[in-house]
Write a protein that binds this ligand. Structure first.
Ligand SMILES: [Zn+2]
Length: 325
């Protein structure tokens, strides 16, 4: 976390935090969350006004930077939100609510609420599909949870992961690109098709790699080609046919879920998976350009900014206004 100075005022002072959040959400000035206007937004100063209050010169509604975001109506101060967002965006294996409780000096319930709100902000709606001309997609599924034989008898019937019935996570990774993961009861052609149609553009131009045929053979005809690496027969790499990318992703996911969160109820698993997808999709990488390695992707600070840009659930329409409108 070298990008951060946790002694920065925004992590301790609610007003500094508000100004910081405004600079991230509104780099070109306040935007009305009610009507979407970007001009004629007035800051309301004065003793009786709430801090950070604005009034829209068009619809005359009042708002602050948190209206329409996952922070709205929260009693938790913004400096604590920024601290939590920074930790979650920068910790490779995630931060547990228990850890956040200790670091922020809030109750466990508050910390739990905060981490789930921030996971909402990590949802990447409409950030582009995977695949396309010449691209390679690796698809695989994994089970998340501990070994049944290692569980204490009283926990065997627990509905938590690690109890009866491990939970399945299915992931699609574009080599050199992004991941999309879904918590599924099982993987079959029937539930794979809608996911593939939604996530993969131009499948007919995209190569598919899996580690076994099974259900994937049934969806393979929609792809340009399907290479299978037969792990069961001890085969892991054959030319450029391998699934190491998606397996690398699973290893981060599993170490995070086991090491950081210990157990996750099936009801919430998708949110945790979304969190790991977010960090992977906004990871810092290196690419070779003209024989030289260059930094690419996002560093911890940039990834936190990406998270803070996601706190707005509303799709704001940026309406430009003028005197004639
Ligand atoms: Zn307005």
């Amino acid at each position: 976390m070298a990008d951060y100075q946790f002694n920065d005022a925004r992590f301790h002072d609610p007003e500094a935090a508000r100004q910081y959040l405004e600079s991230v959400r509104w780099p070109h000035g306040a935007i009305c969350p009610h009507c979407g206007a970007v001009e004629n937004q007035y800051k309301i100063d004065g003793k009786s006004a709430r801090p950070g209050l604005y009034e829209c010169g068009h619809c005359h509604e009042q708002f602050t930077v948190t209206v329409g975001t996952v922070f709205e109506r929260s009693k938790i101060s913004l400096d604590k939100w920024l601290f939590a967002a920074t930790l979650m965006a920068s910790s490779k294996k995630g931060i547990s609510s228990k850890q956040l409780e200790r670091m922020l000096g809030v109750t466990y319930k508050t910390a739990w609420f905060m981490t789930h709100r921030l996971r909402e902000a990590m949802k990447e709606g409409g950030t582009g599909m995977l695949g396309g001309g010449g691209k390679v997609i690796e698809a695989d599924e994994t089970y998340v949870g501990g070994k049944e034989s290692n569980k204490h008898r009283s926990k065997r019937n627990s509905k938590h992961i690690g109890g009866v019935g491990k939970q399945m996570v299915f992931s699609l990774v574009e080599r050199g690109g992004k991941v999309r993961s879904v918590h599924l009861p099982s993987v079959n052609a029937k539930n794979l098709r809608p996911i593939l149609n939604e996530q993969i553009k131009d499948a007919a131009q995209t190569r598919l790699m899996t580690d076994g045929e099974g259900q994937y053979r049934l969806v393979a005809p929609m792809f340009a080609s399907h290479d299978v690496v037969n792990h069961g027969a001890g085969e892991y790499v054959r030319g450029d046919a391998y699934t190491n990318t998606v397996e690398g992703y699973f290893s981060i996911l599993k170490r995070g879920i086991i090491g950081t969160f210990h157990h996750v109820s099936p009801q919430h698993l998708q949110r945790y998976v979304t969190e790991f997808d977010f960090r992977y999709n906004n990871r810092e990488t290196r690419v070779k350009i003209n024989g030289k390695w260059e930094k690419a992707g996002l560093n911890d600070a940039e990834r936190t900014t990406a998270l803070l840009k996601g706190i707005s659930n509303k799709r704001l329409t940026y309406r430009r206004t003028n005197a004639a409108a």
